[in-house]
Design a protein around this ligand. Structure first.
Ligand code: ZN
Length: 407
């Protein structure tokens, strides 16, 4: 990929994604194979005035060895230095950037029991510290290809061609071609318009129907706003948490939905693919899951903790989104969730409540925001999806018709 185009993408991530400001500390997590691109991002952060940029590199194969060779007991011990790192984050609130690029199959064949036990033990120990920083720092997730990821997406291309094709797809769907910052200013204006329209409708229910069998109703929280695109910290600092991002989303009322949803795309979870699945909800909780591939994994996913069986997010994405139009399955939620309307089980977003940033997790829970140590998006949007909203005063509005915005 041409250096000038990569530099523009790096400028977008540092300038719009995290929106680095003078004297700020930035922490970056990235795949070791992407070191050349990470260097460009680090330089952009410093150019914008960052006082310190720290980079943590990961490697899929080393992570795989960790899970393969370490005993469950050792894997579940949360090291003291990890706890200190979280304490430091809670105190200094560095901005955080993740440049994802994992091989979607990196953990194939690794015992799910190990992965889940580790998630639970780290979640329990670190969640109280994580809750302290919620909504207080700027963050962004963007992506850069690894060879393994590129070959998974484009198996018929040569190594070099596959990486180049994935770069093209990332830059296209991230709206990073041309003047990337200007593209994002316009894109954010569109997203904000839809957010405002949805907020004005004051919706209590959304009802989804599609010819694949999806027939589902979910209740929303009075006063909970719609988010998407640009976000604000508690100190009103702007950042764009996802590059790319097409969704407009809210936190539904935990424990208040019924019906069945059929996934319209496979889900990449813990390094494995769950495919051909449906989830049936009863009284707001997952009552039954069915999957053609990795049924057991799906069952464990919704049982991780109490909140994992309830919804934390409903997101609206038009069928005509650039990611869906690209026709590419990225095997990465950052991209795939922006191809279609989706739901997420697990943690909701308290910051969408007007007084959200000041609420404790417990208070947010009482208001209906789901709490969990997990958050997993899964795609349900189809070409013929219809979504009808009912406002708190009983008025019905068609929100989506034939898979696209009707408002
Ligand atoms: Zn989402």
């Amino acid at each position: 990929m041409e250096l000038s185009r990569l530099k523009e993408y790096a400028r977008l991530i540092a300038g719009k994604g995290i929106n680095v400001e003078k004297d700020e500390e930035v922490w970056i997590g990235a795949q070791a194979t992407n070191v050349e691109f990470v260097r460009l991002v680090v330089e952009e952060c410093y150019k914008l005035g960052a006082k310190k940029v720290k980079v943590n590199f990961y490697d899929d194969k080393i992570d795989r060895y960790t899970f393969q060779y370490m005993t469950v007991g050792n894997l579940c011990k949360v090291p003291e230095y990890t706890v200190s790192e979280y304490r430091y984050m809670a105190k200094h609130l560095p901005s955080r950037l993740w440049i994802s690029g994992e091989d979607p199959d990196s953990l194939k064949g690794i015992s799910q029991r190990k992965l889940i036990k580790r998630s639970i033990s780290f979640g329990k120990k670190l969640k109280p510290l994580r809750d302290k920083t919620d909504g207080k720092y700027k963050w962004c997730i963007a992506a850069a290809p690894s060879l393994e990821w590129a070959k998974k997406v484009f198996p018929n291309l040569s190594d070099e061609e596959a990486v180049e094709a994935l770069w093209e797809a990332i830059l296209l769907t991230s709206r990073a071609n041309g003047d990337a910052i200007e593209n994002w200013n316009q894109h954010n204006a569109d997203i904000i318009e839809h957010r405002k329209k949805l907020d004005a409708l004051d919706l209590q229910y959304l009802e989804y129907k599609a010819s694949n069998g999806t027939d589902f109703k979910v209740e929303l929280i009075k006063g909970c706003t719609w988010g998407g695109g640009v976000e604000l910290t508690d100190k009103k600092k702007e950042f764009n948490p996802n590059i790319p991002s097409e969704e407009v989303f809210t936190s539904p009322k935990a424990g208040s939905c019924d019906g069945i949803v059929y996934a319209s795309k496979p889900l990449s979870y813990n390094g494995q693919l769950i495919d051909g699945f449906s989830i049936r909800f009863e009284n707001g909780k997952v009552a039954e899951v069915k999957a053609k591939k990795n049924q057991k994994l799906l069952e464990e996913m919704v049982k991780l903790d109490e909140g994992a069986s309830m919804l934390g997010e409903v997101a609206l994405v038009p069928y005509d989104s650039p990611i869906r139009e690209s026709g590419i399955l990225f095997y990465d939620t950052l991209f795939d969730e922006n191809a279609a309307c989706h739901l997420a089980i697990g943690a909701g977003f308290k910051e969408l409540l007007p007084d959200g940033p000041e609420l404790t997790t417990e208070q947010a829970k009482e208001r209906g925001i789901n709490d969990s140590m997990t958050h997993v998006d899964f795609m349900i949007g189809t070409k013929d999806m219809e979504i009808v909203g009912t406002s708190f005063d009983g008025k019905k509005t068609v929100i989506f018709k034939d898979g696209n915005w009707a408002i």
